[in-house]
Design a protein around this ligand. Structure first.
Ligand SMILES: Cc1cc2nc3c(=O)[nH]c(=O)nc-3n(C[C@H](O)[C@H](O)[C@H](O)COP(=O)(O)OP(=O)(O)OC[C@H]3O[C@@H](n4cnc5c(N)ncnc54)[C@H](O)[C@@H]3O)c2cc1C
Length: 118
């Protein structure tokens, strides 16, 4: 993940917050804040990634917007997308992640409601 493009004000805020929580801790009174970083989630409207061929842009395949769970979804979706790109049948159906789902009025939902915890 790229962490260097974060606005200084956000980085300072995260750093101060981290310092307070460690140096002010009763359980670890001698703890010192040595540093830290902050980074941003890329969150889509339904909290699920956008994956698949982009309509109207031949040869372009999307896989972004991990919405906080791109690591765990990366390997299986990556394999399936590779199959799609090669014109082969994928083991899992990744079409629900297609870029056009929002325009189609078919965002993903989960058993737990909105968000990525389903
Ligand atoms: C705080 C935080 C916690 C998270 N926790 C989890 C978790 O617990 N579990 C989980 O599954 N997911 C988690 N995620 C989400 C996960 O990290 C992302 O979904 C995942 O890293 C996305 O992978 P990526 O390869 O698509 O993009 P990235 O990891 O962002 O990689 C993109 C790369 O492209 C580079 N790049 C950008 N622009 C250019 C350019 N113009 N030229 C060349 N290179 C470029 C960047 O420097 C970067 O190295 C978390 C994300 C954040 C921010």
């Amino acid at each position: 993940m790229r962490t260097t493009a974060i606005r200084p004000s956000i980085r300072k805020c995260a750093s101060v917050s981290s310092a307070r929580s460690s140096s002010g801790s009763r359980r670890c009174p001698r703890a010192r804040h040595l540093g830290g970083y902050a980074s941003l989630y890329t969150i889509t409207d339904d909290w699920h990634p956008i994956v698949g061929p982009e309509p109207g842009l031949e040869g372009y395949y999307a896989f972004f917007g991990g919405s906080g769970h791109g690591f765990k979804l990366g390997p299986p979706i990556g394999e399936a997308l590779a199959d799609v790109i090669c014109g082969e049948a994928a083991d899992i159906d990744i079409s629900p992640f297609r870029p056009g789902r929002f325009i189609d009025g078919e965002p993903l939902t989960s058993a737990w409601g909105e968000g990525n915890r389903g």
